[in-house]
Write a protein that binds this ligand. Structure first.
Ligand code: HBI
Ligand code: FE
Length: 277
């Protein structure tokens, strides 16, 4: 999940290691927290078949974490065997450079705390349900996992080029809120949608948002809002398109982007390839 929050972060950052990781402390979760996890999982699972991409569904089918909050040390051997990734426990949002460095080393930061019951439908900061349910299944997909590592490496470089805002947009419009074309229509692969009750049907069925074919510079030029359903979604053909987009060095792109006006989240350009919902 992304989107800097201006209020104090919720997590406990007191005993973080140098790389911001902490212990998950799985025995510290209450029965009520496990029950909340089960309710969130059941709500999302009922919606997934119609709106989630096949790769997400295929991964989810091989995992079994519907019965309560999962143990990171149980999933890591499976994840390592599948794509060489591991998840690391963190107290919440990390400084950009720390976050990118983890991704560049095939470590996905997963928040350890879970939301309150009254945040069942919406939460600003990523909690364990968003990070684990939304992001972890696709880490089992090789092409997507390779994209995320390449993205992390790009981020480490972007920090020095003062271009993190462009990469944050790329993350937002792909990893968090991306749509993908499939033989049976549009589906989502974005963790921010997959872990959300309302936005799953909305992103595919609503007439309101724009759905524009993925174009790297167009995405990096587009602002986003963190506290409403998206006004624009970008649509990829497949994960290889994403991975290939990260192959070149981004430095010339950043120079090009600095010469362009920033676009609001609702902008549609004449050059945009729009896709009907
Ligand atoms: N930290 N734990 C965590 N999870 C994120 O998704 C995250 C982050 N820090 C920064 C961030 N995302 C965004 O700014 C990325 O676009 C870099
Ligand atoms: Fe996320």
């Amino acid at each position: 999940m992304v989107g800097q929050t201006d209020h104090a972060l919720r997590g406990n950052y007191e005993n973080i290691r140098a790389d911001y990781t902490v212990d998950q402390d799985w025995h510290g979760y209450s029965a009520a927290e496990h029950t909340l996890w089960k309710r969130l999982y059941a709500r999302q699972s009922a919606l997934l078949p119609r709106y989630a991409c096949d790769e997400f569904l295929a991964s989810l089918a091989t995992l079994n974490f519907s019965t309560g909050i999962p143990r990171f040390d149980e999933i890591n051997p499976k994840l390592d065997a599948a794509t060489g990734w591991q998840i690391v426990a963190v107290p919440g949002l990390l400084p950009d450079d720390v976050f990118f460095n983890h991704l560049a080393n095939r470590r996905f930061p997963v928040t350890v705390w879970i939301r309150n019951p009254d945040e069942f439908d919406y939460i600003v900061e990523p909690d364990i349900f968003h990070d684990f349910f939304g992001h972890v299944p696709l880490l089992f997909n090789k092409t997507f996992a390779d994209y995320l590592e390449a993205y992390g490496k790009g981020g480490v470089k972007a920090k020095g080029l003062n271009a993190l805002n462009y990469l944050a947009r790329l993350y937002w419009y792909t990893v968090e809120f991306g749509l993908i074309e499939t033989p049976h229509g549009l589906r989502t692969y974005g963790a921010g949608i997959l872990s959300s009750g309302g936005e799953l049907p909305y992103c595919i069925e609503s007439e309101k948002p724009n759905r524009i074919r993925f174009d790297l510079l167009r995405v990096m030029q587009s602002q986003y809002k963190i506290d409403t359903f998206q006004e624009t979604y970008f649509v990829i053909k497949d994960f290889k398109q994403l991975f290939d987009a990260t192959a070149p060095d981004f430095t010339p792109y950043y120079a090009e982007l600095r010469g362009r006006t920033e676009l609001s989240a609702s902008t549609v350009l004449a050059t945009d390839a729009l896709i009907a919902g």
